[in-house]
Design a protein. Structure first.
Length: 59
């Protein structure tokens, strides 16, 4: 393996991607562990599913 340094652009892109990944993981963990967050997101998904069903003529 060669010892090459990252360019400035690559360093910024890596930082942004890792920050996004860590934020998504923390949010996912929060939703999995907090019953209030689970309830909130279940309601949102049910509303979205109802909207999609209404688009296709479902009840």
């Amino acid at each position: 393996m060669t010892d090459q340094k990252l360019s400035g652009r690559s360093s910024v892109v890596s930082f942004v991607l890792m920050t996004g990944l860590v934020t998504a993981a923390a949010t996912g963990l929060f939703v999995l562990l907090d019953p209030r967050a689970q309830q909130y997101w279940v309601q949102r998904w049910e509303a979205l599913a109802g909207f999609v069903r209404s688009l296709f003529g479902g009840g």
